[in-house]
Design a protein around this ligand. Structure first.
Ligand code: CTP
Ligand code: MG
Length: 230
């Protein structure tokens, strides 16, 4: 059984609102995407990485790992799950159905090498797979239509779903395709597996594995990278 990675990098970064997609913004002189790929390529058990980029993208070919022998490019789709499915389709040409695939957002540059390794160690004997996640520490509120608090959600047992999300190629592809065909738009891989009745495992990671989503996440990511000595 082998390990592969898929990196969805075909978004526009509307919420960051920069002139270019956030995965190409510089963090300490290299693109956000390069930091994310550096960690995946730094894990020797990962055989290859498929990056999904916008079909009209002009920037990918200029990035640090575009010509890396372990890296392949594929066209992204309208939603994140389409981008992931396109990458999985390419992987089926070389990977086996029982091989593990780690899907990691291009926009999560602060993933720790040690969290990635620990996740593989924890899940490699698991029948289903799972995700890196962190317990929620704020009190959670459900809003009503007027923007008032309808109720307080019981925080116990609530987790933030991060990436990588690690599943076997065959079941992952089937789960995402089935959810999509049924009109259920999944925002992560685990929800696809949940949709077909599986129970993915939660692997506790570090909270600095943030997804760059809003403008204020960029300086925060730089802070975390510096703190990690990268
Ligand atoms: N992504 C993708 N294909 C899409 C949409 C998103 O590959 N059609 C990728 C993004 O590039 C990002 C990851 O999925 O690495 C997480 O998505 P998100 O944070 O939502 O990024 P964007 O969609 O680019 O941001 P926004 O929603 O603010 O526009
Ligand atoms: Mg998005």
């Amino acid at each position: 059984v082998r390990f592969w990675a898929v990196v969805p990098a075909a978004g526009v970064g509307r919420r960051v609102g920069a002139p270019i997609p956030k995965q190409y913004l510089p963090l300490f002189g290299q693109a956000v995407l390069d930091h994310s790929l550096e960690v995946l390529l730094g894990e020797s058990r990962i055989e290859g990485v498929v990056v999904a980029v916008d079909p009209h993208d002009q920037r990918w070919s200029t990035t640090r790992y575009a010509a890396h022998p372990k890296v392949r490019k594929v066209a992204g789709g309208a939603e994140r799950c389409h981008s992931v499915l396109n990458a999985l389709a390419l992987l089926t040409q070389t990977a086996a159905a029982e091989d593990w695939v780690l899907v990691h957002d291009a926009a999560r540059p602060c993933l720790r090498q040690t969290d990635l390794a620990a996740m593989i160690d924890t899940l490699r004997a698991d029948p289903v797979g799972g995700i890196l996640a962190v317990p929620v520490c704020d009190t959670m509120k459900q809003a009503d239509r007027q923007g008032c608090i309808a109720r307080t959600v019981v925080r116990d047992g609530l987790w933030h779903a991060f990436t990588p999300q690690m599943f076997r190629l065959g079941p992952l592809r089937e789960a995402l395709a089935r959810a999509l065909a049924d009109g259920y738009l999944v925002t992560d891989e685990a929800s696809g597996l949940e949709y077909i009745g599986q129970t993915p495992r939660l692997v506790e990671g570090h909270a600095d594995n943030i997804k760059i989503t809003r403008p204020e996440d960029l300086p925060l990511a730089e802070f975390y990278l510096r703190q990690q000595g990268r």
